[in-house]
Design a binder for this molecule. Structure first.
Ligand code: ATP
Ligand code: MG
Length: 560
């Protein structure tokens, strides 16, 4: 039933009306990916929409592989699609379907149209068909084969199926109207010949249905009540209706179109994503810089953040582009609520605390998340030698610098206040070590004499920390609209989209981080232990997103 607390939208209003009028008793939606690549965040929008509606209305959502095209589809993609939908938190139950399973039924329906004089075999090449299609201002030209008799068409169509003809030599076309203002109705191709194995039907077929011929009937077979798709299918709707009418099918899914998701700094089409993978411009479909669901998962985006993002952007009838900062901000919100805090020094600078006894270790109990005591605590070993971040020290501090410099004090987070008493340099004059003293009264509170401490910095013990590899990810593209116009997206890649930091140091409690575990590294950003490459004793962390929220600024500007 409709959820009173959920903001409504035009799709929900149409469904509400269908339920109210009794046209529909149970809401049945579907998510119909073509398994020719990995799903991306645009698909996530469609998944959240279709499965979300089914959930909210107590109906069901089918997962249908739109596998009409043998050339491009692979089992790997089918498996990845299922994994991604599940990971997003949705369940299709027993309702997994494949357009390929309808091939026999679709073929029988096609013969019906042939016999009724509503479809014909055309001997023209694909190019000739395209050339005779006309334009928006000119009608198309009828094929010389358009007036074949039903008997001749049936014979040829059966021989097409039997494999008598080579690829591309003939097609089956619907006989509709070569002068229709809607180009989709100018005798669209229903079948083409392809002597190719299909990942599901093997070599059973050498003719394959076009998407437009398969789609509406697949919806009808499954009893889909609301067929929700992106705007480009609006002009195909009359064709789907024409097919259902000719076949006399009583079931009519209501097709509702919505605007696809576009994101700045992102390419979204599977074709371009496949090119990035094939040309080795990224490390694979699950490269953490990819907008694929597999890539975002490996990057560390939590599934609840993608669901919240889909909710936030809503659905609209007009195409637009969403700022990628909004996605990043949504991810930050989710992680801020859930991720434990920990310390990681990216570029270590050794500090010797001369007032601290050699060999003494104080195990400081620190909360994983200050505002969530239920998350528990871990121990931070405090030792005579610690590492701090190289850029938390300035020998000649700039104005307003609140961290460490000679003679100045800073608090080591959860630890003591230390004062820099000396600087050790190498032959080249570079600072390689700091000497400090600590104030023993400051472990749990401010200095007793009331003096102010400017800043707090993160640190790890030198002897009790663990080396780690960090992968600092940034946007894959350096322009907001990659591939726009005639531009080549390959030339717009961000050369700094990945920086690898070796020799970072993490606190010992992180040494055993499980693949996929997420943390906030204090003052640095949100990180995830890489799902593939992190190993006990050799942790690898991916930067999920920095701490700086740039969305708030953009939103404020947009309001003005
Ligand atoms: P692409 O053009 O990116 O290759 P596609 O539309 O060919 O995508 P399909 O596998 O056919 O990919 O899409 C499955 C479903 O996901 C369709 O219902 C489609 O409308 C929807 N979808 C695809 N891209 C987006 C997007 N950017 N935003 C919202 N929905 C999308
Ligand atoms: Mg498609």
């Amino acid at each position: 039933m409709p959820d009173e607390n959920r903001p409504t939208n035009f799709i929900r209003q149409l469904i509400d009306a269908d339920l109210a009028s009794g046209r529909v008793q149970e809401v049945v939606t579907r998510f119909p990916p073509e398994p020719n690549g990995y799903l991306h965040i645009g698909h996530a929008k469609s998944i959240c929409l279709n499965f979300g509606l089914a959930r909210d209305y107590g109906g069901r959502c089918h997962l249908r592989m739109d596998d009409t095209n043998p050339a491009k589809e692979e089992v790997e993609f089918v498996e990845s699609i299922k994994e991604d939908v599940r990971w997003l938190g949705f369940d299709w139950g027993r309702h997994e379907y494949h357009a390929a399973d309808y091939f026999e039924r679709l073929y029988a329906w096609a013969e019906e149209l042939v016999l009724a004089g509503k479809a014909y075999v055309d001997d023209q090449s694909a190019d000739a068909i395209r050339d005779s299609r006309g334009t928006l201002t000119e009608p198309g030209r009828p094929s010389p084969w358009r007036e074949r008799s039903p008997a001749e068409n049936l014979d040829l169509f059966r021989r097409m199926r039997a494999g008598e003809f080579p690829d591309g030599s003939r097609t089956l076309r619907a006989k509709i109207d070569m002068a229709s203002p809607n180009l989709n109705l100018r005798d669209p191709v229903m079948y083409r010949i392809k002597h190719q194995s299909h990942h599901r039907t093997g070599d059973a077929w050498c003719i394959y249905p076009m998407y437009d011929w398969a789609h509406g009937q697949s919806d009808a077979i499954e009893g889909i009540t609301h067929s929700i798709c992106t705007l480009e299918f609006e002009a195909h709707r009359p064709l789907y209706d024409w097919f259902l009418t000719q076949l006399g099918l009583a079931h009519r899914p209501r097709q509702i179109e919505f605007a696809r998701l576009n994101l700045t700094y992102t390419v979204m089409s599977k074709r371009l994503l496949a090119a990035l993978v094939k040309e080795g411009l990224v490390a694979g479909w699950d490269d953490p810089r990819m907008p694929t669901i597999a890539g975002l998962r490996r990057r560390g985006y939590p599934p609840e953040a993608l669901r919240a993002f889909a909710e936030r952007i809503g659905v609209a009838k007009a195409d637009s582009t969403v700022e990628v900062e909004l996605l990043e901000s949504t991810v930050r919100d989710a992680l801020n609520a859930s991720a434990p805090r920990a310390m990681c020094v990216h570029r270590p600078l050794k500090v010797v605390i001369e007032s601290w006894p050699e060999g003494e270790v104080e195990r400081i109990e620190a909360p994983w998340k200050q505002d969530a005591p239920e998350k528990g605590t871990r121990q931070l070993p405090f030792t005579r030698e610690v590492f701090i971040e190289r850029d938390d020290f300035m020998e000649v501090p700039v104005k307003g610098f609140k961290r460490l410099s000679p003679g100045k004090e800073v608090r080591l987070r959860y630890g003591y206040v230390v004062r820099c008493t000396g600087v050790v340099k190498d032959a080249a004059g570079e600072v390689v070590e700091l000497r400090c003293t600590h104030d023993p009264d400051t472990r749990t509170g401010a200095p007793k004499d009331g003096r102010k401490i400017g800043g707090t910095i993160h640190w790890v013990s030198a002897s009790n920390s663990v080396p780690a590899t960090l992968r600092l990810y940034d946007r894959l593209f350096q322009v907001p609209n990659p591939g726009a116009g005639d531009s080549d997206f390959r030339t717009q890649l961000n050369p700094a989209s990945l920086a690898v930091v070796e020799g970072a140091r993490i606190e010992p409690a992180l040494a055993g981080a499980a693949p996929g575990e997420r943390f906030q590294f204090e003052r640095k950003g949100y990180y995830v232990a890489d799902a593939k490459d992190t190993k006990p004793g050799a942790p690898v962390f991916n930067l999920i997103v920095s701490l700086r929220d740039t969305w708030a600024k953009i939103a404020a500007q947009e309001k003005q």
